[in-house]
Design a protein around this ligand. Sequence first.
Ligand code: NAG
Length: 222
Amino acid sequence: MVSSSSKILFICFIVSTMTCFVALATDNNPLQDFCVADANSPVLVNGLVCKDPKVVTENDFFTSGLNVAGDTSKNLVGSNVTTVNVARIPGLNTLGISLVRIDFAPWGINAPHTHPRATEILTVIQGTLRVGFVTSNPENRHITKVLNEGDVFVFPQGLIHYQQNIGHGNAVAIAGLNSQNPGVITIANAVFGANQDISADILAKAFQLNRNTVKDLQKRFD
Ligand SMILES: *[C@@H]1O[C@H](CO)[C@@H](O)[C@H](O)[C@H]1NC(C)=O
């Protein structure tokens, strides 16, 4: 059987390369040099409304402070993600790219999560990380590797992935993502911390747990 992605690739191949890039792009391609987000516009569009290019300045494309570590002591997982997306740099609007700095305490984790709108490419600046992602059904193949300083790893769009600091000191990673606003769905929070709760009966059956265990998990993610 031909998989649907190979069908798409085949169709793209016979239609034209251009069509293929348009169809598979993550964020929309820009139609002008830039479209700096206008934070004050009340208009809602897919992305953000452009500021008048004449009033755009260098600071619309700039931020600083990524040399400062996020505080990993403020949560139970021992990591902190500093995001540099369109909310921080308005000039990223429509450009399909953003950045994060991830700090890890010893044995800290960036808990299993997915980015609905982006692939991620990560490099380790300091320390040693165990990283991994899981492919979609039915294989659910777990692909994992230990990364040292200077190593680079890719987490394909939409797949559940994680990182753990397995060294004895702090660890730091920088990652690029191909969306101005990749989004994050942290599995534990989305499933057990949904607001309002997903019915404990549903979760008990889905995770093959008893109802009290589900209730206990739900309390932890309130
Ligand atoms: C991340 O660190 C910043 C300060 O660097 C802190 O304000 C924030 O609460 C931390 N976030 C989490 C989720 O721990």
